[in-house]
Write a protein that binds this ligand. Structure first.
Ligand SMILES: NC(=O)c1ccc[n+]([C@@H]2O[C@H](COP(=O)([O-])OP(=O)(O)OC[C@H]3O[C@@H](n4cnc5c(N)ncnc54)[C@H](OP(=O)(O)O)[C@@H]3O)[C@@H](O)[C@H]2O)c1
Length: 326
């Protein structure tokens, strides 16, 4: 585990884009491991930046920076920031959950590789924790992968996350969770494009989300049917804060030649760390000068699974790889 001695500066500047829930959570975790990041957004943080403005990108980013991008919803983002980072010479670690964004970043692989820039896309629960769970499960050639998320909605139902969820959910498809008594709706995700890069044997990668607040799925589905999405995006964060749950889980369910396995991560509080810690580890290793081949770094090569799971356990997350069938 790379852990900088207190007071020792990393070799490279780390800049966190987005000063919302995840940006601030990652900045706090970076501070815990001895890295003082610069935090930037349009209206908060140490520096102002609009990640859709080429001039602002050029003014704020410097060659050699490690950029941790938490600016959501990624479903509405262009790749301006990534393209700017490639030209300037910054590595980028992002928390994207968007399938379209993953495809757009993958299309920049050759440009990033020739510029010597590393792109850690979807370095979060989707897709890095999922990839780490597949590696930890010992599954060599998984055929199916289902991801089940019950977020701690009281903490994580913030504007960008709510808009990302509402832009990607399919209310017509739902599935029972394998290890909890709850149902999730299908959500389009970056994992569908990224995990098959590491495991071409995968026939599908599906993502199922239970919003984890009383009546949330039913009322969100109804409101979306009646075209009340903008009202929903506005009121959902506040109502989730009041009514949402604080416990959360993320389960990776795999099948390989008729054998099924599960890896479940859960915490009574602070399960958002499951989504935040991969980016912290990635920024630590890039910041301390680790030699990582350039281009779009595969999800299974972004962090070491043993290190990630040890770190999450230290932070109070229960991580259980189990051979249990469902
Ligand atoms: N892949 C995964 O597994 C995973 C897990 C968790 C979260 N996520 C994603 O992470 C994203 C962030 O979530 P969050 O809870 O931190 O959201 P949030 O609390 O709403 O924060 C979003 C931040 O982005 C900033 N921002 C918005 N547009 C910007 C722009 N054009 N330029 C610069 N900054 C901008 C906002 O500040 P200003 O308005 O001041 O600019 C705000 O600070 C969401 O899209 C979520 O879906 C992914």
């Amino acid at each position: 585990m790379v852990r900088l001695p207190r007071g020792e500066a990393p070799l490279r500047r780390v800049i966190v884009l987005g000063a919302g829930f995840f940006g601030r959570a990652i900045a706090r975790r970076l501070a815990d491991v001895g890295i003082a990041p610069v935090v930037a957004s349009r209206s908060r943080g140490d520096v102002r930046i609009d990640v859709e403005d080429d001039r602002a990108i050029r003014e704020v980013l410097r060659q050699g920076d490690v950029v941790v991008d938490t600016v959501g919803p990624f479903q509405t983002r262009s790749t301006r920031l990534v393209e700017g980072a490639i030209e300037i010479g910054c590595d980028v670690v992002d928390l994207s959950d968007s399938l379209a964004y993953a495809r757009a970043v993958l299309a920049l692989h050759d440009r990033a590789a020739s510029a010597g820039v590393r792109l850690f896309t979807s370095c979060s629960a989707i897709a890095t924790v999922a990839a780490s769970a597949i590696r930890a499960s010992g599954t060599v050639a998984p055929e199916t992968c289902d991801l089940f998320l019950a977020p701690a909605s009281a903490e994580t139902a913030n504007p960008a996350t709510v808009r990302a969820f509402l832009a990607s959910v399919d209310w017509s498809r739902s599935r029972e969770f394998p290890a909890d008594r709850r149902r999730g709706h299908r959500v389009e995700s970056a994992a569908a494009a990224l995990l098959p890069r590491s495991w071409p044997s995968l026939r599908w990668v599906d993502f199922w989300v239970d919003p984890n607040a009383p009546f949330a799925a039913r009322s969100l589905a109804l409101a979306s049917r009646f075209g009340l999405m903008s009202l929903l995006s506005a009121v959902a964060p506040l109502s989730a804060r009041l009514l949402g749950r604080r416990e959360g889980s993320f389960t990776v369910a795999l099948s390989e030649q008729g054998r099924y396995s599960l890896v479940r991560l859960a915490a009574p509080r602070g399960s958002y760390l499951i989504a935040a810690e991969p980016a912290v580890l990635a920024a630590e290793s890039l910041g301390s000068g680790a030699a990582i081949p350039p281009g779009v770094v595969r999800s299974d090569a972004q962090v070491d699974p043993a290190t990630l799971f040890a770190r999450l356990r230290e932070l109070g997350v229960d991580v259980r790889p189990s051979p249990k069938t469902w």
